[in-house]
Design a binder for this molecule. Structure first.
Ligand SMILES: Cc1cc2nc3c(=O)[nH]c(=O)nc-3n(C[C@H](O)[C@H](O)[C@H](O)COP(=O)(O)O)c2cc1C
Length: 243
């Protein structure tokens, strides 16, 4: 089974998104999947120019030449696509959206009615499952609702199954947990279990998804500690700005 993961965290393997993505991919590898991971930060992917050439050309070739030239064959060969992105303004980051827009040649331009809805006809993709990995700064899990809706829609359009989401609210608290003493090991274990489940069962269990998203501290405590932390950052960056 081939898994292609694309991470759009600008912090790559040192970011908060990676805290969940890394054990998740490890779990998949343990279960026997061949996993490849690429960071949009390392890639040149230019924004779609909306000329429909890739949609209409039998080769699916874009008029632009960039890293999508070699990435698209990998996308087409993958059984599972993992989209990993921090939450930016209620959605994916700009580079991830650019990557998603460039997936258009996976489909034909012709449309059909599928489950009572207009969809493009499938073309030459093996992709069966789509998974989302994300984290955000705010406390509430419902911050991910618009992003999950987007991923569900993307899966339907690609004629694939949305196999689940590993979303981590108040993500920066997972990073500081070893220092702050907040329990966190079960969250990393659940991310790894989710990887094994995806390869073994084809879906992420509700339990693993819930543990990855569980509260790490109360809303009240979050509000108590956040603004003083933000104050320190504002002060430090303000000093750097003035010097
Ligand atoms: C431009 C920008 C927009 C953001 N928008 C949101 C948001 O809408 N909701 C939220 O809860 N966090 C938001 N965040 C916070 C990030 O999701 C959070 O810092 C995350 O942990 C970053 O992950 P990373 O370390 O992998 O980059 C935003 C951060 C940036 C830089």
């Amino acid at each position: 089974m081939k898994v292609l993961a694309i991470s759009a965290s600008p912090h790559k393997d040192t970011g908060n998104t990676a805290l969940i993505l890394t054990p998740f991919l490890d779990g998949m590898k343990e279960a026997g999947a061949a996993v490849e991971l690429f960071y949009t930060e390392d890639l040149t992917i230019r924004p779609c120019r909306g000329d429909f050439a890739c949609f209409c050309r039998p080769s699916g070739r874009c008029i632009m030449s960039d890293d999508m030239d070699w990435l698209m064959p990998k996308v087409r060969e993958a059984d599972i696509l993992v989209f990993a992105s921090p939450l930016y303004v209620d959605g994916v980051t700009g580079p991830m959206k650019t990557f998603i827009d460039r997936l258009v040649p996976l489909l034909q331009m012709y449309i059909e009615t599928r489950d009572g809805h207009c969809r493009h006809l499938p073309k030459d993709t093996k992709i069966r499952k789509i998974v989302l990995v994300s984290n955000c700064g705010f406390w509430e899990r419902d911050n991910f609702d618009p992003l999950i809706l987007h991923m569900r829609a993307l899966a339907k359009n690609l004629n694939a199954e949305f196999a689940g989401a590993l979303v981590r609210p108040h993500g920066p608290f997972l990073r500081s947990a070893p220092q702050s003493g907040l329990p966190y090991e079960d969250i990393l274990d659940a991310a790894k279990s989710a990887g094994r489940e995806l390869v073994r069962d084809g879906v992420l269990s509700e339990k693993s998804q819930a543990v990855v998203s569980r509260d790490m501290l109360s809303h009240e405590k979050f509000m108590q500690v956040c603004n003083p932390m933000i104050g320190k950052l504002v002060e430090r960056l303000g000093r750097e700005d003035r010097s």
